[in-house]
Design a protein around this ligand. Structure first.
Ligand SMILES: Cc1ncc(COP(=O)(O)O)c(C=O)c1O
Length: 306
């Protein structure tokens, strides 16, 4: 274990798998289980832990530079890891109009955790994977910085998410997960056993995610892995859109089951899974595991939290 091994932070792993009583599932003979990834660590919940673990091991204490929008959960988790493990962090934030304004609560948290924030215009942000643009950003960063892409989804992140799938072997027939970049789904599907299926719910509109998941699996494993599908019906109008119906669904779910539901990803996945159950999409006897990939942070608004 090196000094930047996240296991020093005593994560709750394997994350708990909790059966819940929900009549919308029970009446169809379905079992609903919640995979409580939100309980892994208070500062690095859910897929943030899975994605950062191998990356921070690889960075081995070097400064970490990464990217995100003004409400990025990923930026916040990276900043917290830097504080907890003692390495410098740099956050490249989309939107130069934010520079000089008071920080929103999410970015204030990053700064309080010691992250150096650099605001860039949208064109630069879009070009961040272009080698020349990245080289310029790195010139201003501390020497030897380790780069983690937006959303944290690189090869090591996908490989880190394999463990999530392994923890679910034998426990469920279908595993539901919300998707942004698709990295969590790519790794999860690879970790499941034959006969288990991963069902991904994109929270962004566009229909581009299948190709991304395939590309991530190709890069991480050399080819396709596992049985996964995407259901494009539940993005609810696009990223960060939370309709009154979705809000009502989430509140009702919270009241039924006594846990707080993150709206931009987890609520959309649970809404999709519940809709499918009620449509009779699963045969009686199916065990459904819903991955709770994150927790609400109290500072989310209808803005970007990727
Ligand atoms: C709570 C939550 N769930 C799911 C996801 C989607 O993960 P991915 O980008 O790996 O598809 C994210 C984004 O990182 C997230 O913050």
């Amino acid at each position: 274990m090196n000094a930047f091994d996240l296991s020093r932070l005593r994560p709750r792993l394997p994350s708990p798998l909790e059966p819940v009583e929900d009549e919308r599932f029970a009446r169809r003979g379905l079992t609903l289980l919640l995979k409580r990834e939100d309980l892994i660590h208070p500062d690095l919940p859910g897929n943030k832990w899975r994605k950062l673990a191998l990356n921070l091991g690889a960075a081995a204490g070097r400064p970490v530079l990464t990217f995100g929008g003004a409400y990025s959960n990923h930026l916040r988790a990276t900043a917290a890891a830097g504080r907890l493990l003692g390495f410098p962090t740099v956050g490249i934030v989309r939107g130069d109009e934010l520079a000089g304004r008071p920080l929103n609560p999410s970015l204030a948290r990053c700064a309080a955790d010691g992250m150096r924030l650099e605001f860039v215009d949208r064109a630069t942000y879009r070009a961040k994977n272009d080698p020349a643009t990245l080289a310029k950003l790195l010139e201003r960063a501390p020497a030897g910085a380790y780069v983690v892409p937006e959303g944290g989804s690189n090869v090591l992140a996908v490989q880190g998410c394999v463990e999530l799938g392994r923890e679910l072997r034998g426990a469920a027939d279908t595993v539901a997960v919300a998707c942004g970049t698709g990295g969590t789904l790519a790794g999860l599907a690879a970790g499941l056993s034959p006969g288990q299926r991963a069902w991904g719910v994109p929270v962004l509109k566009g229909g581009f995610l299948g190709a991304e998941v395939r590309a991530l699996q190709e890069a991480a494993f050399g080819g396709p892995r596992g049985d996964w599908t995407l259901d494009e019906r539940f993005h609810g109008g696009g990223y960060a859109r939370v309709s009154p119906d979705l809000e009502a669904f989430a509140r009702d779910f919270e009241a039924r089951h006594g846990l707080a539901i993150e709206r931009l990803y987890v609520a959309k996945m649970l809404h999709g899974l519940t809709t499918l159950a009620e449509e009779g999409a699963f045969p009686a006897g199916t065990r459904l595991a819903a991955v709770v990939t994150g927790a609400p942070d109290g500072s989310q608004s209808a803005a970007s939290s990727r």
